[in-house]
Design a protein. Structure first.
Length: 229
């Protein structure tokens, strides 16, 4: 009873302290000091990061950490990625307003919302039903009408909606799934962490040009493992 009362009081104080103006200021600072300072220059990405309320995609007890420079647990062994990583992965696919983008690993829904601020359509797949359903409700609550959700195994992508201008993968397989490569348009880009959960992973950018694939290793990362049904 005492613990419940304490949690309630802290929650009320938290809501009082962190109003929308505070969150807006924290987003501006996040973009300035965590993202622009690390040379992310894609203006549409920066504006999306200033706009999307990252705290809305996190458990209420963790929202005070929403604009810190770190990943945060969202339950079920999953995390919401560090803001810089979200911004970098978004900018590196160089999204345009008329693009259709596939995301594998909806998680909290934050990455999909950032993409949805920039591109025409986002298709996002989550293997954990509870997370997929929670994210879908959040998209509706925040008014996103260009995000399409699916619960299932992301390894196979979303072939009936392919091809895509870009694909963003937010969990690490040991190798890039072939079906995802096959669902990219000519000139398309796929950004994905690759590697074992027991070793350093590499963030990779795959591009298709003249029917040929090119893979570039970007930098070491640490993502949750890519899970299968």
């Amino acid at each position: 009873m005492i613990q419940s009362l304490t949690f309630f009081i802290l929650s009320v104080l938290f809501i009082f302290e962190f109003g929308q103006d505070t969150y807006r200021r924290l987003r501006e600072e996040m973009v300035r000091y965590q993202i622009e300072a690390r040379n992310v220059r894609h203006e549409a990405t920066l504006e999306a990061m200033r706009t999307v309320p990252r705290h809305e995609f996190m458990p209420s007890q963790m929202q005070r950490f929403a604009y810190d420079d770190r990943p945060v647990s969202i339950g079920y062994g999953q995390t919401i990625s560090q803001p810089y990583i979200v911004a970098f992965m978004t900018s590196v696919i160089d999204p345009d307003p008329d693009d259709r983008v596939l995301e594998i690993g909806t998680g909290s829904g934050y990455q999909a919302a950032v993409l949805a601020e920039i591109v025409q359509e986002v298709y996002t797949i989550e293997i954990i039903p509870e997370l997929g359903e929670r994210a879908e409700e959040k998209f509706k609550e925040l008014g996103y009408q260009n995000i399409h959700t699916k619960i299932g195994d992301g390894y196979h992508g979303w072939p009936e909606k392919a091809p895509f201008d870009a694909i963003v993968v937010t969990a690490a397989p040991e190798e890039i799934p072939t079906p995802l490569i096959e669902q990219l348009k000519e000139g398309g880009k796929l950004v994905i962490p690759v590697g074992s959960k027991y070793s350093v992973q590499s963030l990779q950018l795959l591009t298709i040009k003249d029917g040929k694939t090119r893979i570039q290793n970007l930098f070491p990362v640490r993502f949750v493992p890519f899970t299968r049904d």
